[in-house]
Ligand binder design. Structure first.
Ligand code: URA
Length: 238
């Protein structure tokens, strides 16, 4: 008896969406099996065959986990810290081998995803999928008209000009301002450096949204499991 199963069934079980949707992914030429582009009708042995989607290996044998953490300040976004500091993994104990999707600085608070699904992480982080990340920024300094239009249009950082950002000014009085900044890129310390380049020193930074997800109802330091409906939009088209 053959252990082989229809490829779309295996992909669906691995969390890539409905069978119908997985058929579309196969038909679009995005799936390979043992290094060869798959076609509709292919059957695979999930125990032995090497399956990739968009070049990212898929392991159908592992049950996928997707966690949304409200990260406090003081935790490093890494699986293991060589300097022994607290890490975000300390906050999701008992969840097995998950890893953070992207990173927040040690002092940054807010929304951080963790998963054991490499394909999901790739989809969320890859710049071509342009997931919007929104930050609530409290800064010392006053944002002038010119600074605001530079933040919106793109500022020059060491490695090049940032892409346009959506910026809302929530407060701008005295020597303190509160802004909401939404960006698609994920450069190192990007929001802090963007603010510094217009003369603002960030004193508090919270990621409040990532795509369609937000922190509603989730206390700082706690996490929850994402529903299938929350995961699927990230796996979307192409
Ligand atoms: N931008 C930053 O400067 N820091 C973060 O942690 C996230 C975005």
């Amino acid at each position: 008896m053959t252990p082989e199963e229809r490829l779309q069934k295996v992909l669906a079980a691995a969390g890539l969406g409905s069978r119908r949707r997985c058929e579309e992914i196969i038909a679009a030429g995005r799936v390979s099996v043992n290094g060869r582009q798959a076609v509709l009708g292919d059957r695979v042995d999930p125990e032995r065959d090497e399956i990739s989607v968009d070049g990212v290996p898929i392991d159908p044998r592992v049950e996928k986990k997707y966690l949304l953490l409200n990260k406090p300040a003081g935790y490093v976004t890494t699986v293991r810290d060589t300097r022994g500091r607290p890490t975000v993994m300390d906050l999701v104990r008992g969840e097995g081998r998950v890893f953070p999707v992207g990173r927040l600085d040690m002092d940054t608070r807010g929304l951080l995803l963790l998963t054991n699904d490499g394909y999901f992480a790739h989809r969320v982080m890859h710049p071509s999928h342009a997931v919007e990340k929104t930050y609530l920024v409290t800064a010392e300094g006053r944002l002038g008209r010119r600074g605001l239009s530079r933040l919106r249009g793109g500022v020059e950082l060491e490695e090049g000009v940032t892409a346009p950002a959506r910026v809302r000014v929530l407060e701008n009085e005295g020597e303190r301002c509160v802004l909401e900044i939404a960006i698609h890129e994920g450069r190192k310390r990007q929001v802090r450096r963007m603010c510094a380049s217009v003369g603002l020193k960030v004193v508090d930074l919270v990621r409040i949204r990532l795509g369609h997800l937000d922190l509603k109802g989730l206390e700082e330091g706690s996490y929850r499991v994402l529903s299938r409906q929350e995961v699927e939009p990230f796996l979307g088209d192409s």
